[in-house]
Write a protein that binds this ligand. Structure first.
Ligand code: ZN
Length: 155
């Protein structure tokens, strides 16, 4: 455990009250649907203590966090059937440990780059992607949200 890591930091946006899109939380972690993203089914898992790196966690805590990540990834694959899942832990801008779990499609605006890369689409591709994303968002993402909540509540 890093002795410099504080349990919370008032300047940190991830240390605050429950954010929009919160699907589940316990004392250790939060599972959040990033529902203002153009990438359907984008989930963020945030470790609740204000630590920066995976090696700030005990082995048991790391296992707990990774198990949550695998659980969500499996549901994203099953329900959304994306072409790829991207798992990312960056924290360069907000050094509070969190993981991005991002379903990706060949037709999405940045594929095969990371979602933070520039949009590659021309207007025709963009219109096609918006139809696909709308269908996913209205038909599949609600199922994903319910499945995640059920899975973490042990239903
Ligand atoms: Zn924090």
């Amino acid at each position: 455990m890093n002795p410099a890591a504080s349990p919370s930091d008032p300047a940190c946006p991830l240390c605050g009250p429950a954010p929009a899109g919160l699907l589940w939380e316990d004392a250790r972690l939060r599972v959040i649907h990033v529902d203002d993203s153009p990438f359907p089914g984008y989930i963020r898992i945030i470790w609740r203590r204000h630590v920066a790196e995976m090696t700030d966690l005990s082995p048991a805590q790391r296992g707990n966090l990774m198990q949550a990540i695998y659980q969500v990834e499996a549901l994203q694959r099953q329900i959304l059937q994306p072409d790829k899942i991207n798992l990312a832990s960056l924290g360069n801008q907000v050094p509070h440990l969190h993981w991005h779990l991002i379903p990706r499609w060949h037709a999405d605006p940045c594929f095969p780059d990371a979602i933070w890369a520039p949009n590659r689409h021309d207007p025709v591709q963009q219109a096609a992607w918006q139809r696909q994303a709308h269908a996913l968002t209205t038909q599949r993402v609600p199922l994903l949200r319910k499945a995640i909540t059920d899975a973490f509540e042990g239903v």
